[in-house]
Design a protein around this ligand. Sequence first.
Ligand SMILES: Cc1cc2nc3c(=O)[nH]c(=O)nc-3n(C[C@H](O)[C@H](O)[C@H](O)COP(=O)(O)OP(=O)(O)OC[C@H]3O[C@@H](n4cnc5c(N)ncnc54)[C@H](O)[C@@H]3O)c2cc1C
Length: 359
Amino acid sequence: MQLFDVAIVGGGPAGSSCGAFCAMAGLQSLVIDREKFPREKVCGDCLNPSCWPVLERLELADRVQDLPHSKLCSVAFIAIDGREVIVDLPSGANCEISVKRSLFDDLLLRRARELGANVHEQTTVTGLSRNDHWNIETASGEFFQARILIGADGRNSTVAHLCNLLPRPARERVALQAHIPLPRDFGNRIVLQFLREGYSGQASVNETQLNLCLVGTPPTISKLRRWAERQFQLPADQGWRTITPLTRSPIPSAHENLFFVGDAARVVEPFTGEGIYYALRSGELAANAIAKILRDDDRNSALREFGRAYAQMYRGRLWINRLAREAVLRPQLGSLFVHAARIRPEIIKSLTAKIVEKL
Ligand SMILES: Cc1cc2nc3c(=O)[nH]c(=O)nc-3n(C[C@H](O)[C@H](O)[C@H](O)COP(=O)(O)OP(=O)(O)OC[C@H]3O[C@@H](n4cnc5c(N)ncnc54)[C@H](O)[C@@H]3O)c2cc1C
């Protein structure tokens, strides 16, 4: 049986990025995902401009620009009483765009495969054991071995669960998401709308479709759904994708021959639309560290360098994400913030600029 240098569980942005960069570094890489791609995913579909440099290093930026997408010009923050404040987004070639995850994730996974990663779709990891290397069991009975294991399997990470590292999820909130017909005159913008029961995120993803997300608690989510049905004239049998939890404690990213990347390591509040960037970049950082470790470079210095770069990725950004979480957990407070921003728009402008600045 082939012993892979690295096995990556999860082929979302974190796993595909990690698999692609590992393959680029000449490592025997395996990416395993339980889904058959292309597949949709609960997400607002917005790509923060910080993603572009990583996509350029993957030689994918032009191919992402070729996918059907919307170039997003502004964000409208709407308070519970309907008052709103609009903030322009940076324009130019590498601006914030929205693109369906089915298309984006499929492109990334194909890139990993093109670069030489061994990709197994429709393969669910169910068991792990460890001797000199990792033994990976799957639901289909296929069995894999690898020297280093990566958990890139999202917020409910099976790898973390099997390694007894998954924090107890705070099942306080749930999200619903659907692609619906684009309302006339919606424009190329993001709408972040506080509602009494939670919040809604909306963004056009192409010329005909709107990504609609609703975030609430289990008791309030059906009210939010009814609000969306009225607001967007949706049929009662509208299909919704769902995900929970929206919040959970982070897991340290680096362990002995085991890394966690993307949502598996840290789940951020979706309101600021940065999760895909953290997924792509943490996948790249883990690949760089693994390439050094397997080349017999000094393991400790590779891990130290990884730890520094990983912390740097979040530096100066995480506090805004926490602030956003406070605002969305108390929509009345979020609404007050929108009212204040109508008087002093520079506050919300500078916070938005911090989130969408290209790194
Ligand atoms: C409502 C909402 C809106 C959001 N909006 C945005 C946004 O607009 N912009 C943004 O940047 N971020 C947004 N995010 C966050 C973003 O979706 C995530 O941060 C991102 O998907 C993380 O990527 P990932 O690769 O770590 O995990 P995922 O995308 O979750 O990928 C994990 C993969 O692992 C696979 N997997 C899981 N378990 C197993 C197993 N046992 N065996 C094999 N495979 C497995 C899954 O099939 C999946 O393909 C949003 C999140 C939510 C909840």
